[in-house]
Design a protein around this ligand. Structure first.
Ligand code: ATP
Ligand code: MG
Ligand code: FE
Length: 336
């Protein structure tokens, strides 16, 4: 069973083909970073237009790369939400129309389920049940996962998502969009000099709050000499604060659920320091930890093709409507 996966929820146009037994066959991606760079963030209308331009050529490319024809494909999975409405509609309308033309099912995939399942594409995938920490541009979620579609929310960010905090803080320090990777590069030159708070770790619970760190960064920056070394030291302190806060909450989530597997995914899980701290904690706690390979931490088509394949195997497909949902709570997902 071959499934074509399409991802257009934000600023990456990504396409992949996954085979139920053979695994990932091909994947490709176009990032819109250069399109949005000069605006310091994603411009929704530009994002939609670029998806329109790039999506069909990328679909042709994965078919060519995998030496498959349209008649080999058994289903088309697309990201139906959450994300930018215009961007989602490009993927949804294209996927739904192609599926109709090719007379095969279309499968609407939840973007965060895609991120959550991305570690399944690795050689040693996690077994259910596990605790998942999803840290991306728009979400910070701690979830107890008992199976496909069986997700119980343990905690979430009450304000900024982890990636959003990285991006906004980076912007404050004058770094380019997207700020996460830029800030973590700068932090490499930083020294331990400032001590930033670890928000919401001194009381029980698994929720997060990152917006205060942004203000703390701004105040520290404004009272410094604003030299390159000051910026690097601030970046270092910020990254340490995020990494330690996430680690404390993950440890707590493992204790609370009694589970011994931790899955970490989403764009921010590409961060080396966060990975390192979470690995160290898991080892001490006797838990196994799983990450996607770095290129599948951020948005990609492979995770959508994978999630679509599992849902298709469970018989879950979409009718002829074009389904796009900018806001879509994960607990409204069906079990597979
Ligand atoms: P969502 O998945 O919540 O809809 P998104 O799709 O925009 O949001 P992703 O593509 O999963 O988010 O991840 C992008 C985010 O990851 C950005 O905020 C980016 O700054 C952050 N990011 C990527 N690499 C790193 C890194 N090395 N360190 C920190 N943050 C990073
Ligand atoms: Mg992105
Ligand atoms: Fe994402």
């Amino acid at each position: 069973m071959y499934v074509l996966g399409i991802e257009t929820s934000c600023d990456e146009t990504a396409v992949a083909i996954y085979h139920a037994e053979k695994g990932l066959i091909a994947h490709t991606l176009h990032s819109q970073i250069l399109t949005h760079n000069e605006y310091g963030g994603v411009v929704p209308e530009l994002a939609s237009r670029d998806h329109v331009r790039k999506l069909i050529p990328l679909i042709n490319r994965v078919l060519r790369d995998s030496r498959l024809g349209s008649t080999d494909i058994n289903g088309i999975a697309y990201t139906a939400g959450p994300g930018l409405m215009g961007a989602l509609l490009v993927g949804a309308a294209t996927a739904r129309s192609l599926a109709w033309t090719w007379q095969i099912p279309a499968i609407a995939v939840h973007h965060m389920e895609g991120h959550l399942l991305a570690p399944m594409l690795e050689e040693q995938p996690p077994r259910f049940p596990f605790v998942a920490l999803l840290i991306s541009g728009g979400h910070t979620l701690l979830i107890e996962v008992s199976g496909m579609g069986r997700y119980c929310l343990l905690g979430e960010s009450l304000d900024d998502a982890a990636g959003e905090a990285f991006d906004k803080t980076a912007k404050l320090l004058g770094l380019d969009y997207p700020g996460g990777p830029a800030l973590s590069n700068l932090a490499r030159q930083g020294n331990p000099r400032f001590k930033f708070p670890r928000p919401m770790t001194d009381r029980p619970g698994l929720d997060f709050s990152f917006s205060g760190l942004k203000t703390f960064t701004l105040n520290t920056y404004n009272t410094s000499n604003r030299s390159l070394q000051d910026k690097a030291d601030i970046a270092f302190a910020f990254q340490q604060a995020i990494a330690e806060t996430l680690t404390i909450k993950c440890k707590r989530a493992l204790q609370q659920t009694g589970l011994s597997r931790l899955v970490v995914a989403g764009g921010v899980s590409a961060n080396q320091e966060i990975r390192r701290q979470l690995e160290r904690m898991s080892e001490k706690a006797g838990a196994d930890i799983f990450f996607p390979r770095p290129e599948f931490c951020t948005d990609n088509g492979a995770m959508i093709a994978y999630a679509g394949c599992r849902r298709l195997q469970a018989g879950q497909t979409q009718d002829l409507n074009i389904f796009a949902r900018p806001r879509w709570p994960m607990n409204e997902l069906l079990n597979a």
